[in-house]
Design a protein around this ligand. Structure first.
Ligand SMILES: C[S@@+](CC[C@H](N)C(=O)[O-])C[C@H]1O[C@@H](n2cnc3c(N)ncnc32)[C@H](O)[C@@H]1O
Length: 352
């Protein structure tokens, strides 16, 4: 997929004062700086965050917020030329349903957090509608991060390209001798991130793992629609906290845009499982919302309230010290890079 193949825009780091390193990012000549706070004041244990929590817990208002959030998502995507409704219709009217039998693992036990209403879907990620809309939602994440991009493709090239370049640089800096043969994409959703990783590291064998068999069915359906690959993907329906896969069987484990959807306990388990699955010298990469993002810290009250109504674990995400959790699991060379104005990529190594 050509979307992830462009060279990176420049990324620069500046120290504003002695106590806090602040990162700057230059994309197509526009300078982005981090915000003043450690995390947005609408997240965590602040009075604003508590007020939003109280509003959301009021059931009739929650239903209205959910509807509003969904409308905002669809209309923002379509204004950015992501044909949300057409993409969804194409999947729902396809033969995707036939893929379910070959991807679903009936012995999977879903963790409680996964059974919450989520992203404005009553069944969370366990529904055909959520699966059919996932790629449109994924594409519009990039345009929200880089609204100045002239097209959705350009926005995705920047967001995904920076993420992949940081992984590549980290691996060659700390593990250059470890050939990249096997890559695991935990929380692969409908396979967009898996395809990006495969295009960046073409000689590697890619495994996409997710808890939603609906999403995996879409991933498999999309793979079949594309020309066959030399290294076909493997799709696994499992909990990333405890995959049942062999220890030390991957050179890179990537977890993209998953942690903001998880309670802290699950995040810590996902980090520990990644450590177990990586070979010595292997690279771990997490990309997700940046707590220090100026853009996220300056979201309007309407937007952050709508967002929090569909993302039940945002407060836990923003309160977790992810670098510490990764170091505690045994990783070394832990680094966090601002890869676009809204997101950071954390990379780390399993010691030899
Ligand atoms: C926003 S999507 C990820 C998108 C994708 N990685 C990308 O970069 O486009 C988050 C995914 O994490 C999955 N997920 C959440 N908890 C999980 C777990 N414990 N194990 C495996 N997948 C999980 C969800 O089913 C969902 O597909």
């Amino acid at each position: 997929m050509a979307i992830c193949m462009l060279p990176p825009p420049s990324i620069r780091y500046h120290s504003f004062n002695k106590t806090r390193i602040s990162r700057k990012l230059v994309v197509r000549g526009v300078v982005y700086e981090e915000g003043r706070l450690e995390r947005p004041n609408w997240a965590g244990e602040t009075p604003v965050s508590r007020l939003v929590g109280a509003l959301i817990s009021f059931k009739p208002l929650f239903s209205l917020l959910k509807l509003g959030a969904r409308q905002v998502l669809i209309s923002t995507a379509e204004k950015s030329n992501v044909p949300w409704r057409d993409m969804t219709k194409e999947i729902l009217e396809s033969g995707v349903y036939k893929e379910m039998g070959s991807v679903e693992n009936p012995s999977v036990v879903y963790p409680d957090y996964y059974l919450n209403p989520f992203h404005a879907y009553d069944e969370g990620n366990l529904s055909w509608l959520a699966a059919a809309e996932a790629e449109a939602a994924t594409l519009s994440i990039a345009k929200r991060a880089i609204p100045e991009a002239s097209t959705i493709t350009e926005a995705n090239e920047i967001v995904r390209g920076n993420w992949l370049n940081v992984i590549e640089k980290h691996h060659y800096q700390y593990s250059g001798n470890l050939k990249i043969r096997d890559i695991l994409d935990v929380g692969c959703s409908v396979g967009f991130s898996t395809r990006c990783l495969a295009d960046k590291f073409p000689s590697a064998k890619l495994t996409g793992l997710d808890l939603s068999p609906y999403f995996l069915a879409v991933a498999k359906y999309k793979e079949k629609k594309n020309p066959p690959r030399t290294n076909p993907f493997q799709w696994i329906h499992a909990n990333g906290e405890s995959t049942g896969l062999d220890s030390q069987s991957f050179d890179i484990v990537s977890i993209a845009y998953v942690f903001h959807e998880c309670p802290q306990k699950a995040t810590i388990n996902l980090v520990k499982e990644a450590f177990r699955l990586l070979r010595p010298g292997g690279t771990f990469a997490v990309t997700d919302n940046s707590p220090k993002s100026k853009k996220l810290q300056e979201l309007s009250p309407v937007l952050f309230t709508l967002m929090k109504s569909t993302e039940p674990f945002l407060d836990e995400y923003y309160l977790l010290d992810l670098e510490k959790a990764v170091k505690d699991a045994g990783f070394v060379n832990v680094q966090t890079t601002l890869t676009d104005p809204r997101h950071v990529t954390l990379t780390a190594t399993v010691p030899y």
